[in-house]
Ligand binder design. Structure first.
Ligand code: C2O
Length: 511
């Protein structure tokens, strides 16, 4: 089945936490934007109209494979030029996974302005639940416009968030409101969580209620039970919660609590008057009385590591041959040297800097491709042979400092074969090769390492990046040229990309 959606990106004032925030950028007039719903196997056609006055835009379908559809991945400077003002770009792709995810602008830090929305792909339902919630996007929310905040991050610390929004609802300085949901005693609820944040890892919990976790990103997993779930930026979880608790007034706090300490670099500086930044939602049972919940946080939040999930569909990852594990990338910031004239984040010796008018995918179509910026080439032709990437959090190495980073790869799910403290030591590696966790965003621990493996079965140019908006924007990213010689033949049509770039160039010249 082909399903068509029309999206329009506009600029307007919104007040999700009660504070009127001018110049927010939204999809179809609201934040979060239009929910897109479809079924596994459908083809989605999405017409994206840019009605912003001064900005380009692109839309990225976070976590989707885009198999043979690299030119629809929505990354300006890599797979397309930005869509200029008043123009429309049509994305068309096949849904090869099911579950929930989100789609968002991949134009600079524009998603932090509000260009983000949930995407739900219905598939086989093997879990046992009675009612489902529409996906909820949880974000930190800034009253400083994202571009301003981003520029601040290049010369000093970025500003801290002003509030936390659960699906576009939050509280600031006594205004705004809590996210609200109802529970009926005895029923099981499927809750779909997305971290759509800018600089914000959080711990999700509902006082007194156990979370049964059934999917991570777009990967169905063997269920596990927890009281509190760490969700890094870009990560998603489905949890089933049984409504089987009582409290004095039949209400419970839902918490999306800032992950403190080593989990993230920038701590928020909430205004005084914000009653309790941990409490962001209220669950009311049918008999609920008046007033706020009186429940207390029933568990200390877990750390910020990814849980050891077990995917239902197992991968056995082959052990890397030869010296492959010695080829290491360092994620960090050159704040100490400012070798690029500002505080720049990087992943491979140099911050990635994109030429919006010259997306890599078009350069590839020319025989004389000359990589201008951070690139890793994976020429393998065997889609079943794994490719490995070793990423260290480069604190104290190479004049960098670092921290914890949610690392996201486009166009693939990857296996996490090593993740933990300290720099990765290839001579002392204890690799998890037998059904390792698999997903599309994994946490690179502070002063730690992350080793991923994926199948190069998707010729194209893909990006791997930190999903903290400031870090991605300043260059903590790397392009992956996967089976370069096959790209031109394996993707659909480049004509639309070429046309889009002529329009963008024309717009630039006339503005
Ligand atoms: Cu959520 Cu590069 O993506």
């Amino acid at each position: 089945v082909t399903r068509t959606y029309n999206l329009e990106i506009t600029e307007q004032t919104i007040s999700p936490d009660g504070f009127p925030r001018a110049h927010a950028q939204v999809i179809n007039g609201k934040y979060p934007g239009q929910l897109i719903e479809a079924c596994w196997g459908d083809t989605l056609v999405v017409n994206v109209k840019n009605s912003l006055k001064t900005n380009g835009t692109t839309i990225h379908w976070h976590g989707l494979r885009m198999l043979g559809e690299n030119e629809m991945d929505g990354v300006n400077g890599i797979t397309q030029c930005p869509v200029p003002e008043a123009d429309t770009f049509t994305y068309k792709f096949t849904l090869r996974q099911y579950g929930h995810t989100w789609y968002h602008s991949h134009y600079s830090s524009q998603y932090s302005e509000g260009v983000a929305a949930p995407l739900l792909i219905h598939g086989p339902n093997t879990d046992n639940w009675d009612e489902e919630w529409a996906p909820i996007i949880v974000t930190d929310w800034f009253h400083t416009p994202a571009y301003e905040a981003f520029h601040q991050s290049l010369v000093a610390l970025p500003p801290s968030a002003d509030s936390i929004l659960v699906n576009g609802t939050g509280r600031f300085n006594g205004g705004g409101s809590y996210f609200q949901q109802k529970f009926e005693q005895g029923k099981k609820y499927l809750i779909r969580i997305v971290n759509g944040g800018t600089d914000f890892d959080f711990h999700f919990s509902i006082d007194q209620h156990v979370l049964q976790v059934v999917s991570a990103d777009l990967v169905p997993i063997k269920p596990f039970y927890t009281n509190s779930l760490h969700v890094g930026i870009g990560q998603r979880y489905s949890v089933i919660v049984t409504a089987n608790q009582t409290s004095s007034n039949g209400k419970f706090w839902l918490r999306t609590e800032y992950a403190a300490g080593a989990c993230q670099f920038d701590q928020p500086n909430f205004p005084s008057g914000q009653p309790d930044t941990q409490r962001t939602g209220i669950i009311s049972y049918a008999n609920a009385g008046s007033g706020d919940p009186t429940t207390s946080r029933w568990t200390d939040p877990v750390g910020c590591a990814d849980p050891p999930i077990e995917p239902h569909i197992k991968w056995t990852v082959s052990a890397p041959q030869n010296d492959i594990l010695k080829n290491t990338y360092y994620a960090g910031n050159d704040r100490l040297t400012q070798s690029h004239g500002a505080f720049r984040w990087e992943l491979a010796d140099t911050p990635m800097w994109l030429n919006f008018s010259k997306p890599t995918i078009l350069s590839l179509a020319n025989t004389t491709f000359d990589p201008e910026y951070a690139v890793a080439k994976y020429p393998y032709t065997d889609g079943e042979k794994f490719v490995y990437m070793i990423i260290n959090s480069g604190n104290g190495t190479q004049n960098m400092f670092s921290g914890t980073h949610p690392i996201h790869l486009h166009g693939h799910d990857f296996a996490i074969i090593s993740q933990g403290d300290g720099l990765f030591d290839p001579n002392n590696a204890n690799l998890n090769l037998n059904n390792p966790p698999r997903r599309d965003v994994a946490m690179l621990p502070n002063n730690g390492h992350l080793v991923i493996a994926f199948k190069p079965d998707n010729p194209g140019v893909w990006i791997i990046h930190c999903h903290i908006a400031w870090h991605a924007g300043s260059g903590l990213a790397l392009q992956i040229l996967e089976r370069q010689s096959e790209i031109a033949n394996s993707i659909g049509s480049l004509q639309q990309v070429k046309d889009g770039c002529s329009k963008w160039d024309f717009w630039l010249k006339t503005h």
